[in-house]
Design a protein around this ligand. Structure first.
Ligand SMILES: Nc1ncnc2c1ncn2[C@@H]1O[C@H](COP(=O)(O)OP(=O)(O)OP(=O)(O)O)[C@@H](O)[C@H]1O
Ligand SMILES: [Mg+2]
Length: 312
């Protein structure tokens, strides 16, 4: 279907029929796993080789990445850092219960359509409907924005496990074909291949069909060595010994039977708190005074205080 690209609500117009680009579409910063590690590090995101490899393969194979793992391990931040590192625009679809097509894909601008209809009594219905169901009356939502973008974007579909199964099915056409069908207009195909990152905390089982279409990336809690590097990046000026202790305490806490083990974001907050308070060493007193930054339940704080005291 041919469609004018100029003058519509999409930057540069909708690329209605452009084919996917080949390898030449991979921009320089993301051309190898090593380059991906470096591009992410330049944004303060410390990625494991495994993360970089999955991203690299996703780009080469034109597949979305499904990033799963505990809360606060850097799933969302990965997409943000990739966009910034590759100089791409980040298009974000935040998922929630009740998210529907009109918020995820596109919506007709009913108000503008009504105005158009009421301002013109001379046109026949055929002419009018061709006009009001055209690109000018379309409100693109994140998925259509990503597909229609003339430049490759990073599309973040955040917390996909929060939407219902039916909404998940909506995403399948986009994720498998990189296209969206609008009954009144035709099919919009991606003019440039978006790098798609879906994140999930696994609060609900995702469909087999969705999993099949994605490359799976499990992001676990970082090793103490990596967490230490993350602390250097996110809490500048932290002394090495303090970063070491924080990473070791975080590792111990994650091995305890806590309701909410500390995530990377909480260890970063804790590091910043200790720096702000001028605490140079973690002992039972400084831990007890600041543990509310790291742990979010009193029961967890009690367990941690007891177990850390026995560990010495
Ligand atoms: N590898 C990393 N390098 C640098 N910073 C990191 C890394 N992993 C996590 N962080 C930090 O942890 C914070 C939390 O990360 P993020 O919000 O991406 O977690 P998440 O996995 O999406 O969590 P949730 O499941 O709760 O949404 C980020 O702001 C970031 O500063
Ligand atoms: Mg997140």
């Amino acid at each position: 279907m041919a469609k004018s690209a100029a003058g519509g609500p999409f930057p540069g117009g909708v690329n209605w029929v452009l084919p996917h680009q080949g390898d030449s579409a991979i921009p320089d910063p993301l051309q190898s796993p090593e380059a991906i590690v470096d591009a992410l590090a330049a944004q303060g995101y410390l990625a494991s080789r495994r993360i970089a490899q999955v991203i690299y393969l996703a780009m080469r194979l034109n597949k979305p990445v499904l990033a799963e793992g505990p809360a606060g391990v850097g799933k969302t931040e990965l997409a943000k850092a990739l966009a910034a590192g590759a100089g791409r625009k980040l298009v974000r679809l935040q998922c929630y219960e009740g998210l529907d097509e009109s918020k995820a894909l596109y919506e007709w601008n009913y108000r503008k359509q009504l105005l158009r209809i009421s301002s013109d009594s001379s046109s026949g219905w055929q002419e009018m409907s061709e006009d009001i169901f055209s690109e000018d009356f379309l409100l693109p939502r994140p998925l259509l924005t990503a597909i229609a973008s003339p430049d490759p974007v990073v599309l973040l579909v955040d917390e996909i496990d929060r939407v219902e199964m039916e909404t998940e099915a909506l995403l399948l056409e986009v994720l498998s074909e990189f296209q969206i069908t609008i009954p009144e207009l035709g099919t919009v195909r991606a003019g440039s291949q978006p790098l798609v990152i879906l994140t999930s905390n696994n609060t609900r089982e995702l469909s087999e069909a969705l999993r099949r279409r994605c490359l799976f990336l499990h992001i676990p809690y970082p090793s103490p060595e990596r967490e230490r590097e993350i602390l250097f990046a996110r809490a500048p000026g932290i002394p090495e010994a303090l970063a070491d202790s924080i990473a070791q305490v975080a590792r111990s806490l994650r091995g305890m039977a806590l309701k909410k083990p500390p995530s990377v974001s909480e260890t970063i907050d804790w590091a910043r708190t200790l720096l702000t308070l001028g605490v140079a060493r973690i002992d039972s007193e400084s831990f007890s005074e600041t543990s509310h930054v790291l742990l979010k339940y009193q029961a967890d704080i009690d367990i941690a205080l007891k177990e850390l005291a026995t560990e010495g």
